[in-house]
Design a binder for this molecule. Structure first.
Ligand SMILES: [Mn+2]
Length: 353
């Protein structure tokens, strides 16, 4: 581990005091828009996760309580596992004919949990082409400057945590059970249930407020993690049986083929969090998941400590955080892609402890 001084840097409890002026300014500007504008569109990245969806649900609910007209529109359909957050079925999958006018006519478009228009996929053109004010709230690295105001904090555990600080930095007024549930789900999923490195005292202070205001930790965990299909468990069993280690046990990797998905009746979203398992092997510093997708391979990278696995992802056109990153490689046979990635991984596995 790094020395204690280094470790303290960027620790969550240091942030409120040390919040840069640009962030305070962004908060003021965004709250001003929330107060004065009427028509909002909220969106998040392709294949949305609990942070993207939870943040959308929380912000939509908060804005609607203030009498605002809010549409939530995403490139991808709402993953089944997050339907419990949206019992009214208000989260829509983008249809250019139906949703184009709403996007063009919005006063404000809020992009959550991504800072790159490319990640909006089919919605990119409609969002960038709209005269609406674009707001971005996110915690990923290397932001594209497409939105202003933008509230960005790469030290935050999740977009949900940033959203809490934005909406409830001055107090919990308006923190309904619905808003609290969305934010809790966002933080829970993006912290791997409160254990990833950026989880700190502020995270738990926020969680405590969310629970006090009606988020149910037992129910939210059960909805997200305890509703697996039998096929998904079978898929996991097969994937784990194929786990391999390299470089004297310092790297572990798993591979999921399209054939395995079709045989077990599962899909890409069923592989969510499978990266946990290679990282659970004693002595492993780097874990990699190779997932065959239509026309290529999707790769998820994880690392421990100071190993900057996003640099490895970038070598393959991807990006991400220091300890969690991803890349998509178009074309190429899975075995060949895997061999290339593993040989490039060697220098990361042996360096940067
Ligand atoms: Mn996130």
């Amino acid at each position: 581990m790094a020395n204690p001084e280094e470790m303290r840097e960027g620790m969550p409890e240091d942030r409120p005091e040390g919040m840069p002026g640009s962030m305070k300014e962004a908060i003021r500007a965004i709250l001003g828009l929330f107060r004065t504008r009427e028509r909002f569109v909220l969106t998040t990245h392709i294949n949305p996760d609990g942070d993207g969806i939870g943040s959308e649900i929380a912000l939509a609910s908060w804005l609607r309580k203030r009498g605002k007209e809010v549409r939530v529109i995403n490139h991808s359909p709402l993953p089944a596992v997050y339907r419990f957050l949206d019992p009214g079925g208000t989260v829509g999958e983008f249809d250019p004919d139906r949703d184009g006018p709403a996007i063009a006519g919005a006063d404000v478009i809020v992009v959550l949990d991504t800072n790159h228009p490319d990640r909006l996929q089919s919605m990119k053109e409609a969002v960038l082409g709209s005269p609406a004010t674009k707001v971005c709230i996110d915690h990923h690295l290397d932001p594209d400057p497409f939105a202003s105001p933008a509230l960005l904090d790469e030290n935050a555990t999740s977009t949900g945590e940033i959203l809490y600080r934005l909406l409830f930095g001055e107090g919990d007024e308006g923190l309904t059970a619905e808003v609290a549930t969305g934010l809790y789900c966002a933080i829970m999923t993006d912290t791997g249930s409160f254990r990833y490195p950026r989880t700190g005292p502020l995270t738990h202070t926020i969680l405590s407020r969310l629970i006090a205001c009606g988020a149910d930790p037992v129910r939210i965990y059960a909805e997200v993690y305890e509703r697996w299909s039998k096929g998904r468990i079978h898929l996991l069993g097969e994937v784990l049986a194929g786990l391999r280690t390299e470089f004297e046990g310092r790297l572990a990797h798993i591979t999921i083929t399209r054939e395995m998905l079709s045989r077990t009746g599962t899909s890409e979203e069923d592989t969510d969090n499978f990266t946990t398992y290679p990282m659970s092997v004693d002595g492993v510093r780097v874990g990699i998941l190779f997932l065959e997708i239509e026309g290529g391979v999707k790769i998820s990278f994880r690392s421990k400590g100071m190993i900057p696995i996003n640099a490895l992802a970038m070598e393959f056109g991807g990006n991400g955080h220091k300890n969690a990153a991803g890349a998509r490689i178009a074309g190429g046979e899975t075995g060949e892609v895997r061999a290339r990635v593993l040989s490039a991984a060697l220098k990361y596995v042996t360096g940067g402890e």
